[in-house]
Ligand binder design. Structure first.
Ligand SMILES: *Cc1c(COP(=O)(O)O)cnc(C)c1O
Ligand code: SF4
Length: 526
């Protein structure tokens, strides 16, 4: 499209941004002559801007002229660009742009805003792969670890690739562990002391995620018990929560959601486990009567619509058992959503076999299923776990993640942003970040101040996809959101809001209450 030259400089046809831009550039008083190479540069930019029906070259020319004006005081006419030419090009810019964006708006508003936004993520982009590498990025090292561990534990490929093999060869003694990873002698001593009180079990697969030579590797911190677990204590671990178990295997805080603690087993025992009093110690197979009592409780309470099967770890249950529980729930009319809580896709992803996927899909076809997991670092996302999540997501729904905020593991912006982005790329949606509970003395050394957690979660707004931002939660007899309010003040119908990513305040007029309370609206008017 060619624009017709106009007789007079009608700057009033432009928006405020463009009028200000044209005023700032000015056109008179050429003054000194710029260096010839600069004049040539402007001439070439002008030529390109005129010849093409593109917005880019016009923006480039205006940006160059503006920069010359601001840094050296040269006006456009010193470069042989008169006022009428600028007006024509400004008009052409608006005519080309599908959304009628003006040159002034784009150059003086939109581009600087985008540049500021870029500044906010620079440090993250520089540090993320060094500070918080994903299991996909360090896969070569993980494979080397795997070879070493497989050999030491005399595991065949089929042992390694089967859940049974992973559980059979799971590491539960410090002697075996010390043979697989580097542990200083004092650490060995400490682990054997603590494992007298706390059970250790780490799958060979999860052990292979530990990076050699890394002090306080986040995988080690999550899976290998340390001295603090008993030294912290002095206090008894609170008894099994009798205060919110209205029926056998059931926990209930809410009217419409309950959990069934369907097993006390996990593929790997976490050092920060909130349910440490329920799980570990000894694997128990629950009786059929226990499950039936739990299901009867749900059947008899028709307000319950959402049932969360947890443990322990729901995927540790054998397939026929998972199928049976889901079938039972599917026969209850008022149960409309089922959730399964499991860490197995990151601790032993080979468990996610096609039989399990069939079971999930079949039940999901009856009523929706959600699989809820716990991933605390990007390091836990490997090509294998990503594949497990991809397959689950494909057969029922995107997996949801409940991370726990843990000192040294994920308590910085870079680590948490990287976690959230990496899991999103692995078909998992960040759902919650739990503040590490105050109730269990065995992990007070992992606790992070709420203010630090808030800073981390707030820093995500505007900087990573909204879909990858979890909610920050304290668990205290139910889940309590910890987000800071972004309402600075509220007067009459006008709010002042704060942008979480830069603190900037904006005014936000509220809905008019009078209008809202007027019931005579829409079709009632006729
Ligand atoms: C976590 C939990 C739930 C589920 O809470 P949502 O916020 O719906 O995910 C329900 N009951 C108990 C006892 C829980 O611990
Ligand atoms: S997987 Fe869950 S229940 Fe099992 S030990 Fe870890 S935190 Fe506890």
């Amino acid at each position: 499209m060619k624009t017709k030259p106009t007789a007079e400089p009608l700057t009033s046809a432009f928006d405020g941004y463009t009028r200000t831009l044209l005023d700032e550039l000015g056109s008179d008083g050429a003054g000194e002559t710029p260096p010839p190479e600069d004049v040539n540069r402007a001439a070439s930019l002008l030529d390109t801007a005129r010849k093409n029906d593109l917005t880019g070259p016009i923006v480039e020319l205006f940006a160059y002229l503006l920069e010359q004006k601001r840094s050296s005081g040269y006006t456009p006419s010193a470069f042989g660009v008169d006022g009428q030419t600028l007006i024509d090009l400004a008009r052409k810019h608006e005519a080309i742009d599908e959304h009628l964006v003006s040159i002034g708006g784009r150059l003086t508003q939109a581009l600087p805003i985008a540049a500021d936004a870029n500044d906010r993520v620079d440090a993250y982009l520089r540090e993320k792969d060094e500070v918080a590498p994903s299991g996909i990025e360090i896969w070569d090292t993980i494979l080397e670890n795997q070879q070493r561990i497989k050999k030491k534990l005399s595991m065949s490929d089929s042992d390694w690739n089967s859940f049974q093999g992973q559980i059979r060869c799971a590491i539960d003694s410090v002697e075996t562990l010390a043979d697989l990873i580097d542990l200083p002698p004092q650490a060995i001593e400490m682990i054997s002391r603590v494992t007298k009180a706390y059970r250790m079990r780490i799958t060979p697969y999860y052990t292979s995620l530990i990076m050699p030579g890394r002090i306080n590797d986040p995988i080690m911190l999550q899976s290998i018990p340390t001295g603090e677990m008993i030294d912290n204590a002095g206090v008894e671990i609170p008894p099994v929560a009798a205060d919110h178990s209205p029926a056998r295997l059931i926990d209930q805080f809410y009217p419409r959601v309950v959990t069934i603690k369907a097993t006390n087993m996990c593929a790997m025992y976490c050092t920060h486990c909130l349910r440490i009093a329920h799980i570990g110690r000894k694997d128990k197979v629950y009786s059929r009567e226990a499950y039936i009592e739990a299901i009867d409780y749900i059947r008899a309470n028709d307000r319950i619509r959402d049932v969360l099967i947890t443990g322990g770890d729901a995927f540790v249950l054998p397939n026929p058992m998972i199928r049976w529980i889901l079938e039972q729930l599917d026969t209850i009319d008022h149960v409309t959503v089922k959730r399964l809580g499991t860490r197995v896709p990151v601790t032993a992803p080979m468990r996610v076999d096609s039989e399990l996927l069939d079971i999930l899909e079949e039940s999901n076809d009856q009523k929706p299923i959600r699989v809820v997991t716990q991933i605390n670092t990007a390091q836990e996302i490997t090509p294998v776990s990503r594949n497990a999540f991809r397959r689950i997501s494909k057969r029922c729904f995107t997996v949801l993640n409940q991370a726990v905020l843990l000192k040294g593991i994920n308590d910085s912006r870079v680590k948490m942003w990287k976690l959230c982005e990496t899991i999103q790329e692995a078909y998992v949606r960040p759902y919650y970040i739990f503040n590490c509970s105050y109730r269990n003395p065995q992990f007070t050394h992992f606790r992070v101040p709420i203010e630090v957690g808030r800073d981390i979660v707030e820093s995500m707004y505007g900087n990573i996809s909204g879909d990858a931002i979890p909610r920050y939660i304290a668990t205290a007899g139910g889940k309590i959101p910890l987000h800071r309010s972004n309402v600075v003040s509220a007067e009459d119908h006008s709010y002042t809001l704060r942008k979480p990513w830069n603190g900037q305040q904006v005014s936000y007029p509220d809905a008019d209450p009078e209008l809202y309370n007027n019931d005579l609206f829409a079709f009632k008017n006729y």
